[in-house]
Ligand binder design. Sequence first.
Ligand code: C5J
Length: 224
Amino acid sequence: MFRIPALPYDYEVPNLSQLALVIIDMQRDFLEPGGFGEILGNDVAQLGSIVPTLKGLLNFFRQNGLTVIHTLECHQPDLSDCPISKRKRGKGSLTIGDEGPMGRILIRGEAGNAIIPDLAPIEGEIVIHKPGKGAFYATELQDSLQKRGITHLFFTGVTTEVCVQTTMREANDRGYECLMVEDCTASYFPHFKQSTLDMVRAQGGIVGWTTSAQEIQKALSPNN
Ligand code: C5J
């Protein structure tokens, strides 16, 4: 049993084989100028600060042979999996599927849709392409987790209050033990990130737990 100091109380991992690190949507489309995040009017510079800490946690998982899952928000080139309502959102000059500086916006396979090079998946890691905000909607994620016997999920990535929180809530309803890594998630709106952390921890951890990358690495370290 591994015990991680967390809020609102310690988080326990019975066995490391039951654990996965979930990295949500660390894509150029959200972190770089010219992508989906910027066309919605956001300051994309807000998101880059978590990359070194998240990279450290990812390396820790890799070095210890632990399960890593990456997600990408994306749509088919013919947009058959993109509801009209989603295309109509936002007031930018471009929308999902339009040609932008990094290729077609939020379209699978386009340059802007890739995960940023610092966090690119390596062989053996699970990669989930998702058309929605939540990673369980219209994907094979639940099957993948069940096949591997995974019950405990650490959530990281962007943006905290949209795709990260949506996926964590979906996971919570499916019975997973969910922990959000405070310094490995970011929002275009820092106060939304803070509110999300507060919501997760409220009411005795109604959606799960939060902690830092350092506490995780200390608690799970083989030398501990
Ligand atoms: C958004 C996401 N914000 N990955 N996507 O549209 O959070």
